[in-house]
Design a protein around this ligand. Structure first.
Ligand SMILES: [Zn+2]
Length: 73
């Protein structure tokens, strides 16, 4: 079974650009504990995606795609 190398594309609908940023977020109403969702964003859409979440007051964290995840204590 062959698997194509995973390519990280932007999470914005219809965008095929390579993601440079990861946005980790959580909806406190449906996500319990520390479970986070991750959206990937290209340079063009990072602000759009971040603002979408910020407008809903979801906790979020932005980091460079491929950067090590912060240690969770
Ligand atoms: Zn994009």
């Amino acid at each position: 079974m062959t698997t194509a190398p995973e390519r990280h594309t932007c999470s914005r609908a219809g965008c095929r650009a390579e993601a440079t940023t990861a946005i980790e977020w959580r909806n406190p109403r449906i996500h319990t504990g520390d479970r986070m969702k991750t959206w990937l964003a290209c340079d063009e859409h990072v602000d759009v995606l971040r603002d979408f979440l910020a407008a809903r007051a979801f906790p979020l964290r932005v980091r460079a795609q491929g950067a090590p995840t912060d240690q969770v204590s």
